[in-house]
Design a protein around this ligand. Structure first.
Ligand SMILES: *Cc1c(COP(=O)(O)O)cnc(C)c1O
Length: 627
């Protein structure tokens, strides 16, 4: 391994090995045959999404899962390829099967009728594969009754018979029975005027043993994960490797017994190691006194009983073994510890072993020696530190959507507010804190206008050594300034006023009390005041206090004055002072955030709106003062 993994035990999934195995299996496909990748039970414990993605890239035309839950998860993970549910479904699952666009195996008329009704009602066509029982006597319609069944199903609206399939009982070792099943299946298919698009009977063993030549689809499972259940020689590489570490090393003397029930007794003196893995990790209890592990390319026998969380291994042959040495329990190594061999030790099943192993272990996906990513062990609760940033972002976005029961608003909140924080870490998108905005209207020499003095104070992390205060002559131009991130304050000047410095004066612009230099630039419909200071460079990335004072004019005839919050802000106080002769001044707030209604306080000729210092106020909030 190039990359270091620091875990007590973990599972490595070698996606390059999976791809190599598929390559070998594809060599057995006949002309016109394609394959379905079976990803049930989380792809036999390998990770359904990861395996599905590679299989699809390698030409899989279908994915096979056990039930709705597994199919739904693939859809949520963004897999859009056709997915077939292999096990019988429940009628309570029909709605979701349709919603997630899953195909399903069918062997029951009542169910098919219910499905047909639901599909018709939803104005959808559900793709189904008829499941024939040709001798396994598990799910499926008995082949002798299948013809009538087929006719009945064909007549149901809303269903498309896209496939017909059957399953071998013992393709790996019973040639005679497999041929019987194959004959029953092929006779049924050949009696149809037009067979459906997909006809399939073989699993991996069936493919390797040459059955189902007349079929156009093969269902690949266990061999693609590097496990061979036939006697045939194949160069498959185990995809899953289960590893742990030596957590303690001890000595034994002749006559010492090790573990529960003292089932193993030392004949000579030697050394043994404790490996922090047990049957709770899927390392089967029946492997007690039977299994072996690989340490430093040396096979070491498991001694004594398997405990819930520990096993003991004889390391007498490795004098140089030390704490934290890697232990291969299953999978790739030199030599490999093959699941077929381990399972055979307790008359178990390699399928089961793959599904159960490493339940408490994090999975690391790699391509040869390079680690691509990892995924957490299964837990009953959500632990955010299990996940990386990009996965967490996905989770937050989908959780918002679910919680608000609205994809649009969930997406909006995520995109407009949260994503800025997550993705622009280096761009320093910072919120304003302790935002105080005072507006003071006084009588001016011109009866048509109030003198409007504004003071803005807030704390924010400084991101550049300059910023702009903008005065716009039209709301269109103002809007452009709202979108810009280098603008700290904007004002809309009455259209009857001339756009010149006397009508919009910046009295003082300060950062941490430092008076900034201001430079005025004017253009068509705007006045920009560039505020800067050589000292600002040193304050970048620090939280600073902004203060902006302006002195301008506002039309008396307007009878209303609006203040907008254009940035994410925490803690707001807006005050509006007005001349004594104005009465009936009201404040209408449009706040979005934690509080829709900030406290409104009235003093002599002054209205003050206030949130607590902790309260978040979202952009596009504001207040309209009417007079
Ligand atoms: C699991 C499964 C397979 C895959 O079988 P392998 O022996 O793993 O290749 C194929 N078909 C069906 C119906 C299955 O349930």
């Amino acid at each position: 391994m190039n990359d270091t993994i620091e875990e007590r035990s973990w599972v490595e999934i070698d996606l390059a090995a999976f791809q190599d195995n598929l390559q070998i299996l594809k060599g057995y496909l006949r002309p016109g045959q394609s394959f379905m990748q079976i990803v049930k039970a989380d792809a036999y414990g390998h990770g359904a999404k990861e395996i599905a993605e590679i299989a699809l890239a390698q030409g899989a035309v279908y994915l096979g899962v056990a039930n709705l839950e597994e199919g739904k998860l693939l859809r949520i993970q963004g897999i859009t390829a056709p997915v077939l549910i292999l096990s019988p479904s429940l009628s309570s699952e029909i709605q979701q099967i349709i919603r997630y666009d899953l195909s399903l195996g069918i062997a029951d008329l009542d169910f098919a009728e219910a499905l047909s009704k639901a599909a018709t009602k939803a104005d959808k066509t559900v793709r189904i594969h008829l499941k024939l029982d040709t001798g396994m006597h598990r799910s499926g319609i008995w082949f002798e009754e299948a013809r009538a069944f087929y006719e009945q199903i064909s007549a149901l609206p809303g269903l498309e018979i896209e496939g017909i399939f059957s399953h071998f009982a013992s393709a790996e070792n019973d040639n005679e029975f497999s041929l019987l099943q194959e004959t029953r299946f092929s006779e049924f298919i050949h009696a149809l005027a037009t067979p459906p698009r997909f006809v399939h009977i073989s699993n991996c063993a069936g493919l390797i043993r040459g059955y189902g030549a007349f079929c156009n689809l093969v269902r690949l499972g266990i061999f693609s994960f590097g496990i061979n259940t036939t006697a045939q020689e194949l160069m498959l590489t185990p995809v899953m490797t289960f590893k742990s570490t030596l957590s303690q090393i001890k000595d034994f003397k002749a006559g010492d017994s090790v573990g529960y029930q003292r089932e193993w007794t030392a004949k000579t003196c030697g050394r043994y190691g404790i490996v922090p893995v047990g049957y709770a990790d899927g390392y089967d209890y029946l492997l007690s006194n039977k299994a072996m592990v690989l340490i430093d390319s040396i096979i070491c026998p498991v001694i004594g009983r398997i405990s819930m969380d520990m096993i003991t291994v004889d390391i007498s042959r490795i004098p140089e073994a030390k704490l934290a040495d890697e232990v291969v329990l299953l999978g790739q190594g030199d030599p490999a510890i093959r699941a077929e061999q381990i399972a055979a030790l307790y008359q178990g099943s390699a399928y089961e072993l793959l599904c159960q192993v490493g339940r408490r272990a994090r999975r690391y996906y790699r391509s040869k020696a390079h680690i691509l990513h990892s995924s957490p062990l299964a837990r009953r609760d959500f632990v955010s530190s299990d996940f990386g940033d990009s996965k967490l972002s996905e989770i937050i976005s989908s959780a918002l959507t679910q919680r608000l029961d609205s994809p649009e608003i969930g997406e909006l909140i995520y995109r407009e507010i949260l994503r800025t924080f997550f993705y622009n870490k280096d761009r320093d998108v910072h919120y304003r804190k302790n935002f105080r905005h005072e507006i003071c209207f006084e009588r001016s020499d011109n009866p048509a206008y109030y003198r409007a003095k504004t003071t803005l104070r807030y704390q924010k992390v400084l991101s550049t050594d300059h910023f702009i205060i903008a005065c716009a002559a039209s709301s269109d131009i103002l809007r452009g300034y709202i979108l810009r991130t280098d603008v700290e304050y904007r004002w809309l000047l009455d259209s009857d006023l001339q756009l010149k410095a006397e009508n919009f004066q910046t009295k003082a612009v300060k950062v941490n009390g430092l008076d900034l230099k201001t430079e005025i630039k004017s253009g068509e419909g705007y006045l920009e005041i560039l505020c800067s200071h050589p000292e600002l460079q040193k304050l970048i990335n620090q939280e600073v206090e902004f203060e902006i004072n302006t002195n301008t004019l506002y039309p008396t005839a307007s009878h209303q004055f609006s203040v907008f919050i254009t940035e994410l802000t925490r803690g707001v106080e807006i005050s509006f002072s007005y001349p004594k002769d104005l009465s009936h001044v009201e404040a209408v707030t449009v706040f979005s955030g934690q509080q829709r209604n900030p406290a409104i306080q009235r003093e002599d000729h002054r209205i003050i709106l206030k949130t607590t210092a902790e309260e978040w106020v979202f952009p596009v909030s504001g207040v309209v003062f009417t007079y």
